[in-house]
Design a protein around this ligand. Structure first.
Ligand SMILES: Nc1ncnc2c1ncn2[C@@H]1O[C@H](COP(=O)(O)OP(=O)(O)OP(=O)(O)O)[C@@H](O)[C@H]1O
Ligand SMILES: [Mg+2]
Length: 228
């Protein structure tokens, strides 16, 4: 562990990512690099289709760069070189991920959705307490046994954030956490993220909205597959 603020907690170096569509190659990332210090709140700003989600998925270990074309380092260690167990640990515990469209499971209740990242562990009682505390602090105490379809967009997003925080990750990766919400509800979500940030959480947040990016510590722009 290294909480030295001068050493990046998360670093991506020269990432290339190309999607193959039939016989056509679609290059999305063309040498993107980004460095995030512990405790920082960084916004990745870019227009639709610029590759923001792609970059965030690579940072979270949910997808990989083109073979041999780029490195992602957590605490100085390349995640591609981690053994399988450590890599799963990285995805499940070191990082919390908030997806662009909530990705809540419709059959599960709010509480069960929040507990999902805990299923791989065995601390059921502790996880339930943690989930209840998180959901309570996000104003969802009265919603624990509801299904996602019974919730508003803002409530769903709060569940998605609670789920991402269940395992007390060191970094939260959030993909357009206000993208599907009206302005007022979006503000509430940003307030919530600000509170987490102030209590020490490192956050990397994707947005296409300059005003929202301006609320963070630092903004980088993704343009033509590179971070400017
Ligand atoms: N799995 C995939 N297969 C093929 N092409 C893909 C895939 N995922 C993304 N793309 C393409 O890669 C480009 C970047 O997509 P990405 O979702 O990363 O952009 P984005 O910046 O997050 O966009 P938005 O703001 O609309 O969410 C787009 O042109 C998209 O069509
Ligand atoms: Mg996206």
């Amino acid at each position: 562990m290294n909480d030295d603020r001068t050493q990046p907690i998360l670093e991506a170096v020269d990432l290339h990512k190309t999607y193959r569509m039939g016989s056509v190659d679609v290059p999305v990332l063309r040498g993107s690099s980004i460095s995030v210090s512990a405790g920082e709140w960084v916004a990745i700003l870019g227009s639709s289709g610029s590759g923001k989600s792609t970059l965030l998925h690579l940072l979270g270990g949910l997808d990989t760069p083109d073979p041999g074309r780029g490195d992602i380092r957590f605490d100085g260690r390349p995640i591609a070189k981690l053994r399988r167990g450590d890599r799963n640990r990285y995805r499940n515990r070191d990082v919390g991920f908030v997806f662009q469209f909530y990705h809540l499971l419709p059959e599960l209740t709010v509480l069960e959705n929040t507990l999902l990242p805990g299923l791989v562990g065995s601390r059921i009682r502790a996880d339930r307490d943690r989930a209840r505390t998180l959901l309570g602090s996000f104003g969802l105490d009265h919603r624990l046994n509801h299904r996602p379809r019974e919730l508003s967009g803002g409530e769903r997003q709060r569940v998605a954030i609670a789920r991402a925080l269940l395992n007390r990750p060191r970094i939260l990766l959030a993909d357009e956490p206000t993208g599907n919400l009206d302005q007022e509800t979006g503000r509430e979500i940003l307030e919530l993220l600000k509170r987490e940030h102030e209590s020490g959480l490192t956050i990397v947040m994707v947005t296409h909205d300059r005003q929202i990016a301006d609320l963070t510590d630092r903004t980088v722009v993704l343009n033509r597959g590179q971070v400017e």
